[in-house]
Design a protein around this ligand. Structure first.
Ligand SMILES: *Cc1c(COP(=O)(O)O)cnc(C)c1O
Length: 390
């Protein structure tokens, strides 16, 4: 006798994994001993600042931290988030009601749909985008409506193009600036239009602000909550992952409207038991030091960005120099699809990138490069691509 094992419909209904082919070719090349330069991953290669690591070591040995934490975060962590928002953005928050810790922002983003989406609800999601927004909808029986991000609109969604009957059924609107994967940025004018749209159609705005600290040439991306009326309609997701090179630690936060943050916290309290307190103590230290520990990596990423972009342009490829994020969104040469171009780069140059359509149909025609390798390796990228016949 053996069990008949059948996965849930939500799993079987997952869209095909578009990176599977690239992954297979990457493993094959590694197997052949090819010296790959991997610009596919969006994961900092720079270590977490040593002072932050110290705090974890101290905190790990204190028995009080060995017990269950609270799901929505230690009061001291929520206070540190509040202080950071005040210093960085001039935004005042109530740490008791308007801040919730997250086990990485991915967790909170996924649980937004648990908290707010019923079957039949529409969720407005950009294409291309960070996939968790629409997976959350799908796992909870909602319907995604995709908003294409187009170059002619500076990769901002065109809210006026959303049919009224769709907007009326919409529960959530996901936005993410500075943006993964396009590296586009948003200004106050865009956020004001988002607030007006949210009020008109009674839609909760979810802003994923994972990259606000990775701005270059003096550019400081703003928080959605800086805009008048944002707090009445929105929640903002932030993460220590990219800001402080802490992707492995799993710590982030959601802030904003108390009812929305409270709804997410309620869903979470039924599913998880929060973040190891020693990690929260380390997070407090990171937030307290803020720019002091962000600036060194910002400098490194900016220098790498310049090397990569200048190199790609020198070999005839077309891309903007990003004002923020560690991504470069590169147009495919004429006649090549995203998959063709990414495959060619991998097979003929040993350079791993991510095909843009993997982030959504509207990402077709682009590939995403990251700058998560050191500058010597990045210099080599253009040299290798120069030898490829495009
Ligand atoms: C990396 C990333 C996240 C996830 O961050 P974690 O806090 O590590 O879960 C969220 N949103 C975007 C757009 C990202 O690129």
């Amino acid at each position: 006798m053996s069990l008949t094992i059948k996965k849930a419909k939500r799993i079987n209904d997952l869209p095909p994994y578009l990176f599977a082919e690239i992954d297979r070719r990457k493993r094959e090349a590694l197997g052949r001993g090819v010296d790959l330069i991997d610009l596919g991953i969006g994961d900092p290669d720079i270590p977490t600042p040593a002072t932050v690591v110290e705090k974890l070591l101290e905190g790990a040995s204190r028995p009080v931290n060995h017990r269950y934490p609270s799901s929505s975060g230690m009061p001291e962590f929520r206070q540190a988030v509040t202080d950071w928002y005040k210093t960085r953005f001039g935004v005042s928050l109530d740490p008791g009601k308007e801040v919730c810790s997250l086990i990485g922002s991915k967790e909170g983003i996924g649980n937004m749909a648990v908290a707010f989406v019923d079957p039949g609800d529409v969720v407005l999601v950009s294409s291309p985008c960070y996939p968790v927004y629409h997976i959350g909808t799908a796992f909870n029986g909602g319907t995604n409506y995709f908003l294409p991000l187009k170059k002619e609109n500076k990769f901002l969604p065109d809210l006026d193009a959303i049919p009224a009957e769709v907007a009326k059924r919409a529960k959530l609107l996901w936005i993410n600036y500075p943006n993964n994967p396009t590296a586009a940025v948003a200004d106050k004018d865009f956020y004001q239009r988002v607030v007006a749209f949210a009020n008109k159609y009674n839609v909760i705005v979810c802003h994923d602000a994972a990259y606000t600290e990775m701005g270059y040439d003096g550019y400081r991306p703003m928080s959605f909550l800086e805009v008048d009326g944002a707090r009445e309609v929105g929640i903002e997701f932030h993460s220590l992952s990219k800001t402080f090179n802490m992707t492995g630690w799993r710590i982030g936060m959601a802030v904003g409207n108390p009812e929305i943050v409270g709804g997410l916290a309620q869903a979470k309290s039924n599913l998880d038991s929060g973040i190891f307190q020693a990690v929260q103590e380390a997070g407090i230290e990171a937030l307290r030091l803020g720019d002091q520990i962000v600036e060194p990596s910002r400098k490194i990423y900016q220098e790498r960005r310049d090397i990569l972009v200048d190199g790609l342009r020198a070999v005839g490829l077309e891309c903007e120099k990003p004002k923020a994020t560690f991504y470069v969104w590169v147009s495919c040469p004429k006649g090549l699809s995203s998959a063709d171009f990414a495959t060619k780069l991998l097979d003929e140059a040993g350079v791993v990138t991510t095909p843009g359509n993997g982030f959504g149909d509207a990402g077709e025609g682009y590939v995403r490069f990251t700058v998560c390798v050191d500058k010597e390796r990045l210099r080599e990228v253009a040299e290798r691509i120069r030898r490829v016949k495009l």
